[in-house]
Design a protein around this ligand. Structure first.
Ligand code: BMA
Length: 314
């Protein structure tokens, strides 16, 4: 099912994009970068929707088949509406949510954007009806936070991407309570000679597999006309995820289609959610050109073979 472009191991759904501004029941500029989770028979997306003022809010979409979605009438999280201290640090919006089911609770790690710089924030829901902010959990400049779905070595773990000057690498931190984080270690650096030479960041939350933690990540290259965002895959050691066992030498998905090339930010495929079904088929949800939402599919086995091609660590 879906169309495979030469060179991309991920097959694009033939009816991409699956969500555009036309599908959003309230006024907005763009919809992109959605968190994704399977809850029983239902696929739920938490959409980043940019309102007419240019700030992002979160909205909910539900689907019975993972490809056709209905969007709720109103946003479920808006920058104005968290209690103190959130409004101050969300003045420019709430962005790029990632959902992890951990100990029976759906945690949402997202970027709180303000003039103070991007910070990671954590919220939770149990029913996708009421959402509760928990805490701001990083200093600026930090983005691309993804929570692991279980404790590792007795502690909660997350990947994140602190900026180092203008470039940025993937790090790991640990916590006893999901609020205070430390024991940080660098996990995966940029590769100066490659498509991920400028910045790398975790995309979808890690998926546990027999091979290790599957981490779908984004890599950024700076070109004469701006940044190019592509997606890659890495396998992290199950017991020590700071150890990269395998990393795709070339992207698993790169902007090639018109809707990925042209939009508010051209040449962007950016994922914040992937779902692996019981048969090890992965549905990869991704924002295209910061303007719409698409889906592609790939089997775990195919990804593993792809990573293994000259794909060792750094
Ligand atoms: C990143 C994030 C994403 C965005 C991407 C491309 O820094 O802010 O939200 O999709 O840039 O513009």
């Amino acid at each position: 099912m879906g169309k495979r472009r030469r060179h991309d191991v991920v097959r694009r759904w033939e009816e991409n994009p699956i969500l555009t501004v036309e599908d959003i029941p309230f006024p907005c500029n763009a919809v992109f970068n959605a968190a994704a989770v399977q809850k029983g028979d239902e696929t739920i997306l938490l959409l980043r929707v940019e309102d007419l003022q240019g700030r992002s809010v979160f909205a909910l979409a539900r689907s019975a088949d993972g490809y056709h979605f209905d969007v709720h009438d109103e946003p479920v999280m808006e920058p104005c509406c968290g209690g103190e201290p959130f409004p101050r640090y969300e003045r420019k919006g709430v962005e790029d949510p990632r959902i992890t089911l951990l100990e029976g609770v759906y945690y949402i790690m997202y970027t709180a954007a303000s003039e103070f710089g991007p910070r990671l924030a954590l919220a939770k829901t149990e029913d996708f009806q009421s959402f509760e902010r928990i805490a701001l959990i990083s200093e600026p400049d930090n983005k691309d936070g993804v929570l692991f779905p279980r404790k590792i070595g007795g502690r909660y773990a997350r990947l994140d991407r602190p900026l180092t000057g203008e470039t940025g690498n993937i790090w790991i931190s640990y916590s006893d309570d999901l609020i205070d984080w430390g024991s940080s270690e660098a996990v995966m650096p940029i590769r100066p000679e490659s498509w991920d030479s400028w910045r790398v960041g975790a995309s979808a939350p890690p998926i546990e597999t027999t091979y290790g933690w599957l981490e779908i990540y984004h890599g950024v290259k700076r070109s004469a006309s701006g940044m190019i965002y592509r997606l890659g895959a890495a396998i992290l050691d199950l017991d020590n995820p700071a150890k990269v066992l395998c990393r795709s030498a070339i992207p698993i998905l790169a902007p090639r289609e018109y809707y990925e090339r042209v939009g508010d930010v051209p040449n962007v495929v950016f994922s914040t959610g992937a779902i692996m079904d019981d048969d090890q088929h992965i549905r990869l949800y991704y924002g295209a050109a910061d303007t719409c939402i698409c889906v592609g599919t790939v089997r775990l086995e195919e990804l593993m073979q792809f990573c293994a091609i000259d794909g060792h660590g750094d």
